[in-house]
Design a protein around this ligand. Structure first.
Ligand code: PLP
Length: 423
């Protein structure tokens, strides 16, 4: 585990005991091979390679699949685990991605979706939320998750309650009082990068009879594996770090085989199916996930320390810095503090917008986890729907800017920020 100093150095020490594994391999190895034909799939047994098979995953765009006899077709339509029949029921490319992501999160199974929001919507339905049920939501979840719950699910008759999930005691009390059907929280929150006590929250939710949905998008399975804490559904926007190149929209739920079967039955009705090409791109991105996360985290840790001394920066929010409110928790629960940073600029909104305009290397864009570095003004994007007072209540000031650190050289990134801030 890393030593937290003023200049945190995240550790991905290959010899570290207890480093997460999939099918006996460290995740750093798994991500490189996962999805490749012949690589271990469900059941974690390596299928013997077939002569002449491609070494890279293939894109299978077919809508339907041919079987020589009707009985065989009947069997695969009845039981999708025996083969493919129709593209809305599953495709080989999505299945390869799902096996790769299940291994990464350490779950029995996974199901891919065409966006992170489609995955979150499916997880909420898959948790069994029905009219009259309660949903407990971490109060600082991603804006669209908040809107989905507070608009659609409230209209459907679900009672949605909010809690500050970083306050474990408050969350435990809310769970006991409300007895919700489901509790949804994020491992690392947006944009202030608060870190929750995931294992304690999962235990408290289960004690109260609630199912747990964890959005692990910001952490990635390299930094946290919520299924090991007992989470029932681990969701990702694969649009972000997992695909990693800013060219895919996708999502996934990692869960048990039984829950996956129920989610698939639901999806056969609603048809939230990812395109094989997007699944293939995500598999391609996954191969470099570990090196990207490691490099991006190292650069972010160094930049977070340097940003504290840059002109106009009132505060740096980074879980690897000792001043961050969840610094100790991050050190205990995350393998490293990640590559997202938030800054409070003394000059407020004007300074934030000026920074976005003056950066040459940092791309102003409403996403994260790409190979290139990104800069975002939450008040204009993810938290636009909130009033300044509502944002302030969440600790999001007018001068708050979010950075997603990419793969560029640390010096170049620091110089670009320093010049833009000092201009
Ligand atoms: N969850 C988190 C934490 C996100 O940041 C996002 C998007 O930014 C989503 C879910 C939604 O993902 P998508 O845009 O792929 O639907």
């Amino acid at each position: 585990m890393m030593t937290m100093t003023d200049r945190p150095q995240p550790s991905f020490d290959p010899s570290a005991s207890g480093a997460p594994r999939a099918a006996g391999y460290r995740l750093e190895t798994w991500t490189v091979h996962a999805g490749r034909p012949g690589w271990p799939r469900e059941g974690h047994s390596a299928a013997p390679p077939e002569a002449g098979q491609p070494t890279a995953p293939t894109i299978v765009p077919a809508t339907a699949y041919w079987y020589p006899d009707a009985a065989a077709l009947d069997r695969v339509i009845e039981d999708g685990t025996r083969g493919f029949s129709y593209s809305r029921y599953g495709t080989p490319t999505a299945a390869a991605l799902e096996a790769a992501l299940a291994g990464l999160e350490g779950t029995e199974a996974a199901i891919a979706y065409p966006s992170g929001m489609a995955a979150i919507h499916a997880a909420l339905l898959g948790a069994g939320l029905r009219p009259g049920d309660r949903l407990l939501l971490s109060r600082d979840v991603y804006g669209a998750t908040f809107t989905l719950a507070r608009r659609l699910f409230v209209e459907l008759g679900v009672q949605v309650e909010l809690v500050d999930a970083t306050d474990t005691a408050a969350a435990r009390a809310a769970l006991q009082r409300l007895r919700p059907r489901a509790f949804l929280f994020e491992t690392i929150s947006n944009p202030l990068l608060r870190v929750v006590d995931g294992p304690a929250l999962v235990a408290a939710a289960h004690e109260a009879g609630a199912l747990v949905i964890v959005d692990n998008t910001f952490a990635t399975p390299l930094l946290a594996r919520p299924a090991e804490w007992g989470a029932d559904f681990v969701v990702h926007s694969t649009t972000k770090f997992l695909s990693g190149h800013g060219d895919v929209t996708g999502g996934v739920i990692c869960t048990t085989a039984e829950r996956r079967r129920a989610l698939l039955e639901l999806n056969k009705m609603v048809g939230a199916v990812p395109s094989p090409f997007d699944c293939w791109l995500t598999l391609r991105g996954l191969r470099t996930l570990a090196v990207r996360v490691e490099r991006q985290t190292r650069t972010a840790a160094a930049l977070a320390a340097r940003l504290q001394a840059m002109p106009g920066v009132a505060r740096v929010h980074y879980p690897g810095l000792p001043g961050h409110p969840d610094h100790e928790r991050a050190a205990r629960l995350l393998r490293a503090p990640g590559s997202m940073i938030a800054l409070d600029l003394a000059g407020g909104r004007a300074a934030a917008l000026a920074l976005l305009e003056r950066c040459r290397l940092w791309i102003p864009a409403t996403t994260l986890g790409d190979s290139w570095s990104l800069i975002l003004y939450p008040a204009m994007s993810s938290h636009r729907a909130l009033t300044p007072e509502e944002r302030a209540a969440l600790g999001i000031g007018d001068g708050l800017v979010r950075l997603s650190v990419g793969l560029e050289d640390e010096e170049d990134l620091a110089r670009d920020l320093e010049r833009a801030l000092g201009a």
